[in-house]
Write a protein that binds this ligand. Structure first.
Ligand code: ATP
Length: 256
């Protein structure tokens, strides 16, 4: 993709998170561009999850700043960041295993509609959300992830791969502008990985996607931009082809 037309979506400036003497994220300047599937890779303990936890507000930085769509969001609560459109799968989608699939997605839909309603009521408009609106939205999101006919099934009884899809449906129902997926393919079978890869590609047509992923085949298949982390820092950044040919990355991570 042409560097000239890249529009910045999110950036971090000198972002640092220490745990005692350990610097999990060390002075990181990270950039995400609109409309590019972005993957963060790196060995265990490199700081990937800490970086996205800082981005979504689950963890507070020791120092540094984060901006999203040109606004400084460093001081915003994680709930406010969800409202701003930064949705981290694990944050909003811990499935309620005893509730039905319908109820799980409906909770997410209702939360999002309530936020939207607050906005429109500030503009002097007010509209009731009907059960029919919620039903329609739930069907839409379940359909989007390819989970139909499971509405009445108890979420905890779904096969693991389908629970992951339910999580994605719940995340979509939160109305993300940036969807962060932390190791989405972990624990999935080959066919499920292919299916999820296709789904992420589809989602990325309307939502910006950032994923942490260990499966290199998925990364090289899906990502348009890759950041390699090592030891709390960014070791390399670029297109998948650039990363594959980067000597430092080969030496430290890809192992060939
Ligand atoms: P993995 O691929 O294994 O998930 P990661 O790249 O996501 O690893 P992080 O989970 O961000 O790495 O961890 C980075 C470092 O920070 C590790 O050394 C980890 O032990 C440490 N760390 C993360 N969270 C905490 C915490 N809450 N308290 C103390 N140390 C932590």
């Amino acid at each position: 993709m042409d560097e000239m037309v890249a529009v910045e979506l999110l950036s971090t400036h000198g972002l640092t998170r220490q745990y005692g003497g350990l610097v999990a994220v060390d002075n990181v300047n990270f950039k995400l561009y609109q409309d590019r599937i972005h993957a963060i890779i790196g060995p265990n303990g490199a700081g990937k999850t800490t970086l996205v936890s800082l981005i979504c507000g689950r963890t507070t930085p020791s120092s540094g700043r984060i901006s999203f769509k040109g606004n400084d969001i460093t001081g915003l609560s994680s709930a406010k960041r969800v409202q701003a459109g930064i949705v981290y799968t694990f944050q909003v989608t811990s499935i309620f295993s005893n509730l039905s699939c319908y109820e799980n997605v409906a909770l997410s839909v209702q939360r999002n509609l309530r936020v939207q309603q607050k906005r429109t009521s500030l503009l002097g408009k007010w509209s009731m959300v009907s059960e029919a609106d919620i039903e329609q939205a739930v069907s839409k999101y379940l359909h989007e992830v390819g989970l139909e006919g499971v509405e009445n099934q108890i979420a905890g009884t779904l096969p693991y791969g389908h629970q992951k899809l339910l999580e994605v449906a719940m995340s979509l129902a939160a109305g993300p502008k940036l969807l962060i997926l932390d190791e989405p393919t972990q624990g999935l079978a080959e066919a499920e990985i292919e299916n999820l890869t296709q789904l992420i590609r589809e989602i990325s047509k309307s939502v910006n996607v950032l994923l942490i992923e260990h499966n290199m085949e998925v990364v090289f298949n899906l990502a348009e931009q890759v950041t390699v982390m090592d030891n709390g820092s960014i070791l390399a950044e670029g297109t998948p082809a650039e990363i594959e040919n980067n000597h430092a990355v080969q030496a430290s991570y890809l192992g060939n």
